[in-house]
Design a protein around this ligand. Structure first.
Ligand code: GUN
Length: 294
């Protein structure tokens, strides 16, 4: 078997166009532009790249973006103060605090300080609770991206055996909540799982988010399964620039799986597209406008 390769770049481009169209509609009919504020603390190079990409994506979709770059020695109180001010800024519909934060700042206290209505990451405890309760909420972007990609190759997820490898708050747990809401039977496997390969082999749907380069091989996969690879690992590549690989050995896995998302070009592009989507959704809900069809 050779797996269908799920084209995350194409799906993300389509979603970004749809977001741009929704934003243009809001400007024309309701006379406002949805706005996203991103806060970056310190000099983490990867975080700088993410924030720059977010700025460009907002511009392409016709959203307003506001960036706040704070020094690495910013105190928790200073950051909380900024988050608070953005909460009352009418131009701002979404607030994103780029993680990780420097060690003197407790990310949980910062996230808890974000207005849940503007929490476009979906990390606020109130929004996590709503997600697990099956209530309408702002859904964490990478998890939402995984679900959208799954739906491109599988129309009914109900009853499927889903295994999520990885239990992070950013991806593993929210993906599990979304799959449960789709009526999958879910298992969360992680670094302390006794025999992760055996657990993964029973999955009709396997989502891998562990940050271990090419951990999952073909013999971890049930024939015909759908595999979503969330990993982004930079491997140094003799002399040449770093090579990006996922948490799945894609070439090996593609001989067994029914469909697989590649790295790069799978889940990665979906995250920013879903962030733009959440910003427009948050903008509508704050104003009592019905959700755009995105
Ligand atoms: N750092 C890595 N992933 C994320 C994310 O999804 N949101 C935020 N805010 N920071 C991150």
């Amino acid at each position: 078997m050779t797996a269908t390769i799920i084209d995350g770049q194409a799906v993300a481009s389509r979603l970004r166009l749809d977001v741009a169209e929704a934003a243009a509609g809001l400007r024309a009919r309701h006379r406002f532009t949805p706005g996203l504020a991103a806060i970056l603390v310190g000099d983490d190079p990867a975080s700088h790249i993410y924030v720059r990409n977010k700025r460009r994506a907002c511009a392409d979709a016709g959203l307003a973006s506001f960036e706040h770059h704070l020094p690495a020695d910013t105190s928790e109180a200073e950051l909380l103060n900024l988050v608070d001010r953005l909460g009352t800024d009418e131009r701002v519909d979404g607030i994103l605090v780029q993680l990780p934060l420097p060690p003197q700042i407790d990310p949980r206290r910062i996230i808890a300080g974000i207005d849940p209505a503007k929490d476009v990451d979906g990390f606020h405890p109130a929004n996590i609770g709503r997600l697990w309760s099956g209530e309408r909420t702002l859904i964490p972007c990478t998890a939402q991206g995984c679900l959208i990609l799954l739906r491109t190759v599988c129309h009914s997820l109900a009853g499927a055996e889903a295994v999520v490898l990885g239990r992070s708050s950013i991806v593993g747990k929210p993906v599990a909540a979304l799959l449960l809401a789709e009526s999958c039977t879910i298992t969360i496997a992680h670094s302390r799982t006794a025999d992760a390969a055996t657990v993964c082999r029973r999955a009709d749907i396997l989502v891998v988010a562990v940050g271990r380069p090419m951990l999952v091989k073909g013999d971890w996969i049930k024939p015909g399964a759908i595999v979503i690879d969330v990993g982004i690992n930079r491997l140094s590549h003799n002399g040449a620039g770093p090579r990006l690989v996922g948490d799945v050995d894609t070439v090996d896995a593609a001989m067994i799986a029914g469909a697989i998302s590649p790295v790069p070009g799978g889940v990665g592009p979906m995250t920013i597209a879903c962030l733009l989507r959440n910003t427009v959704v948050a903008a509508c809900r704050r104003r009592g406008i019905s959700d755009p069809e995105l």
